[in-house]
Write a protein that binds this ligand. Structure first.
Ligand code: ZN
Length: 175
């Protein structure tokens, strides 16, 4: 396993549409391992491959692990898609490892049904609710070049984008 660098806005790669994974090869599993290590180190609860500059449809997640509780539940989702969404909405305060130290409330469907391929190459369907639903929608957005700040007001988005563009010009790195 190896740590990878997490790219942050305004890096244009974050706007790429990631390509489907065709086979769950050793290379894909190695990338997933690296993403888990990078995500735990950050620390974060979810990571899309494009955040480590790999434009492929792969997500890692662990909603259980917290510093010091000794628990882990590493999960990987390959080619994930939302196949149904509740009309009921839910608001969560979201953050993103590619937009460090910025948080905002985002409204999304409260429940979604997802289809994905696991690391053994099996297609799975699963219902997601609560934080899991929010996190998987946030990460699937990344695969489509969408960031959580695209769901907030134009004014707020312009402010946060400007802050990071200025920082990038000065050569400041938040990571
Ligand atoms: Zn994110």
């Amino acid at each position: 396993m190896a740590l990878r660098e997490i790219i942050i806005i305004p890096d244009k790669q974050l706007r790429l549409i990631s390509k489907p994974v065709e086979t769950v090869s050793a290379e894909v599993r190695r990338l997933a391992d690296d993403m888990f290590e990078t995500m735990y180190e950050a620390p974060g609860i979810g990571l899309a491959a494009i955040q480590v500059a790999q434009p492929v449809r792969l997500i890692t997640m662990d909603l259980v692990r917290k510093e010091g509780n000794g628990l882990t539940e590493p999960r990987a989702f390959i080619n994930p898609e939302v196949i149904a969404a509740s009309e009921e909405m839910n608001v969560y305060e979201e953050g993103c490892l590619s937009i460090p130290e910025y948080y905002a409330e985002v409204e999304r469907p409260k429940q979604v049904r997802i289809r994905y391929t696991d690391l053994d190459g099996n297609v799975q369907e699963e219902d997601a609710d609560g934080l899991f639903a929010t996190c998987i929608q946030h990460e699937i957005d990344h695969l489509n070049g969408v960031l959580f700040v695209d769901h907030i007001s134009k004014l707020k988005r312009a402010m946060v984008m400007r802050k990071f563009e200025k920082a990038a010009k000065r050569g400041i790195k938040y990571v």
